[in-house]
Design a protein around this ligand. Structure first.
Ligand code: MN
Length: 322
């Protein structure tokens, strides 16, 4: 998915201090995504810009496509220096990219697009999709790999049970279940559905920081309630995460983890770079449709490509910290 803010702010993400023991609640910021679709963004926020290499988290739906706006329709737009993870709970999204990929993104299936050196793609809700519901996540690539060639991978994780919870491991390893999809930094991504009354202690890498994004219901994370749409953050250190469902209905969450990302990155619109000048150069290449990004074939829902917004008038300043 694209960041379609008309005046995107340039965000400098710096290595962040640990907040000490306990759970930090990140509340979402609502962002319109065109049509009537609105996303709840929990990364980046003023209080936290990354969890491991996870640098962007949009949560949307359940969204009634028939209610107006026509669902999702994002014309071809570029990415650099990052990977996008599309993960749906409901609905189907049609993906096309400049590698020639034409894929249907379905619930329970990981679609991982590596922007790397440069890619562009379009995303449209598939005909017949009545409800859209899912997350769009970005992973920052470390400096050694951020110029890697563009790529698109598809993987259907096995459904495994961990202490009564239904778990799908998208990336990395959790409780002995390992995703075969390679990552460019130590990373964890998983979906968990906790039935009513479930209580589990997930063994995790103490070198990783973690976030739990709640899709439905209310989760107790280390005894702290995390409401729907919120992201509960736990700094590196613990060897286990205590998750409980105190409610009478299923609670679905997305667990993100990773080794704290120690490089300063600059995010603007759909690009990740290391400096204002580099971002400006990516933007200029997109505006003149250079070969870096290629072309999307077969998209017919709107303009052939989405122009970049104007650059901010000021150069990058470090993002203010709490
Ligand atoms: Mn995108």
């Amino acid at each position: 998915m694209s960041n379609v803010e008309e005046i995107p702010t340039e965000i400098r993400c710096q290595a962040e201090e640990s907040t000490g023991p306990g759970v930090e609640i990140i509340t979402p910021h609502r962002v319109p995504l065109g049509g009537s679709l609105e996303v709840r963004r929990t990364l980046p926020r003023h209080t936290r810009s990354m969890i491991g290499a996870w640098c962007f988290a949009d949560h949307y739906g359940p969204h009634d496509v028939s209610a107006g706006g026509g669902g999702m329709n994002v014309p071809p737009h570029p990415h650099t220096g990052l990977q996008t993870v599309s993960w749906l709970f409901e609905g189907v999204v049609e993906h096309r990219d400049s590698l020639g990929t034409h894929a249907l993104v379905r619930p329970g299936e990981l679609n991982l697009m590596t922007g790397g050196h440069g890619i562009c793609h379009s995303e449209v809700s598939a005909p017949g999709t009545a409800v859209l519901h899912g997350v769009q996540l970005w992973v920052a690539l470390p400096d050694a790999h951020r110029d890697t060639p563009a790529n698109f991978e598809h993987h259907t994780p096995s459904l495994v049970e961990i202490d009564g919870a239904a778990v799908r491991v998208l990336l990395g390893e959790l409780a002995g279940e390992r995703s075969p999809v390679p990552t460019f930094s130590p990373l964890l991504g998983a979906e968990l559905v906790l039935p009513p009354g479930a209580r589990l202690r997930l063994p995790v890498d103490p070198g990783h920081e973690h976030g739990v994004l709640v899709d439905s219901g209310i989760l107790e994370l280390a005894g702290r309630p995390v409401a729907r749409g919120e992201l509960g953050f736990v700094a590196a250190g613990p060897t286990g995460l205590e998750l409980a469902n105190p409610t009478g209905t299923d609670v679905r969450v997305v667990l993100l983890g990773g080794a704290p990302f120690t490089e300063d990155i600059v995010m603007w619109w759909n690009f990740i770079g290391r400096s204002h000048d580099e971002i400006a150069a990516f933007r200029e290449e997109w505006q003149r449709q250079s070969e870096r990004f290629g072309r999307v074939e077969g998209y017919s829902g709107g303009p052939a490509w989405l122009p970049a917004p104007p650059l901010p008038g000021t150069r990058i300043r470090p993002r203010s910290r709490p």
